[in-house]
Write a protein that binds this ligand. Sequence first.
Ligand SMILES: C[S@@+](CC[C@H](N)C(=O)[O-])C[C@H]1O[C@@H](n2cnc3c(N)ncnc32)[C@H](O)[C@@H]1O
Length: 187
Amino acid sequence: MREFVLYSRKGRTDGDFKTLKEAGRLDTVYQCILTSIFKSHAHRPGVVFHAVLGGPPRPPLRIRIDGDTLRDVRVDERSWEAILRSVLRGKAHPGISVDVMSIQGLVKRKHADGYKIYVLEEKGEDISECDLSGDILVVLGDHIGLPKKDEKFLLRFGRKMSLGRETYLAASCIDIVNYVIDRSVEH
Ligand SMILES: C[S@@+](CC[C@H](N)C(=O)[O-])C[C@H]1O[C@@H](n2cnc3c(N)ncnc32)[C@H](O)[C@@H]1O
């Protein structure tokens, strides 16, 4: 499995919002869902996206989206605004679940399940040197970045991985990782 975790530090943890942007930048969560799960006219099999939300009123909440079982979705922001509002209000949607989970708890659990953990950061080991085979969990921060104390904890279970010196949008980072793995499977 290939799994991505975005830590959305201010992402709202209820459905009480008008737009994704005003909901603690849930628009970044939407953008990362797109690049994690969607290819043109298809979902990516074997890919799961998690957003750990740290905003009010009931953090930490984890939204989990499974590319294999996700149904009834389109790729536009308005559709996802409605879906995220609905699941955060406790309604069901195929392929999406919401539960109480911290970033530390999630990474610890995945490590115990045998996943290789990579924390995305400019000053890490270059992606070309990293072993991306098998089960991997790739962790990234939002526009604010990962809190230092969480990053320190996560690095007990994994290592930093770099995509180069430029700082990219979180969603672009996911695209790059997917692209690199896609290309390595082709060759
Ligand atoms: C938009 S960046 C955050 C920038 C934010 N201003 C900061 O100081 O962390 C969002 C996330 O993308 C990841 N990221 C961005 N560029 C990267 C790069 N070149 N290599 C690895 N990770 C990167 C990091 O995980 C970062 O937390």
